[in-house]
Design a protein around this ligand. Structure first.
Ligand code: 4AZ
Length: 249
């Protein structure tokens, strides 16, 4: 995260940290005790990513430290990349990880680990709505390292027409994306935040509206952060996980 502020995992307890061969790879969000939502582009790289080399942590505040009291660690039992993920334009940049605890079982609810709600599929938030993005990604575009500690930043949603038009992303912006930025362009997701949550508070509850996906540079004027629009994938998530879809009440 560029700009924003350091934060405790207890304030973003759905944040998952995904590691590949012992190196931090991407963020994610816990949506059910056994399921993490993340970005497909994290797993579709030059090097083939095998599920046996992936580990997921909940309750983590620092990337290179272990807080055994707070942390829960998991294997990845199943990696499901969206079948229509398009690596040339990042369309359908969403993936699911089925996690399994080192001692069996899934995530156990605590002050530092809990699920985030999925918004109902029809939900539409107005332009200017303030949301929060969190992650361990770089604090500056081009930095050598990721952030050692979890950060969060406040960003506002742009309208779809704004995301699509000059000086923004034009045809690069698809109907499966949302874009958000801070009004002064000081706060944004950056490399390493990918897969992590964009959450928005509606009626006193936090909902996962976006998955960090891409953007031109970080915190650059007229270049908002682009997120996978989670509300387009309720059916896909329900189908792949077998979880009950959101129902009113
Ligand atoms: C990345 O490389 C990345 N400013 C993620 C988000 C943004 C830029 C780059 C958005 O993973």
């Amino acid at each position: 995260i560029v700009g924003g502020s350091f934060t405790a995992i207890d304030s973003h307890p759905w944040v998952a940290a995904i590691y590949h061969k012992g190196r931090f790879l991407c963020g994610g969000s816990l949506i059910a005790p056994c399921w993490v939502v993340t970005a497909a582009h994290c797993f579709i790289q030059t090097e083939e990513i095998k599920t046996e080399n992936l580990f997921v942590y909940l309750g983590k505040t620092a990337i290179n430290e272990t807080d055994a009291d707070k942390e829960q660690s998991f294997f990845v039992k199943k990696l499901i990349n969206h079948q229509e993920y398009n690596k040339s334009n990042y369309n359908n940049d969403i993936a699911l990880l089925m996690i399994k605890g080192i001692n069996g079982g899934c995530a156990v609810k605590s002050a530092s680990a809990r699920t985030v709600c999925l918004p109902p599929s029809h939900t539409h938030l107005p332009a200017g709505f303030q949301c929060s993005v969190a992650g361990f990604g770089k604090e500056k575009y081009g930095a050598w390292r990721y952030s050692q500690f979890l950060k969060q930043g406040e960003v506002k949603l742009l309208s779809r027409t704004d995301c699509k038009r000059e000086p923004h992303y034009k045809e690069l912006f698809t109907n499966n994306m949302i874009c958000a930025a801070s009004p002064d362009w000081s706060t944004d997701a950056c490399e390493g935040d990918s897969g992590g949550p964009l959450v928005c508070e509606v009626s006193g509850r936090m909902f996962l509206f976006g998955v960090v996906s891409w953007g031109e540079n970080c915190a650059e004027k007229n270049k908002p952060g682009v997120y996978t629009q989670v509300t387009n994938y309720n059916n896909w998530i329900a189908e792949k996980t077998g979880l009950q879809k959101y129902t009113k009440g």
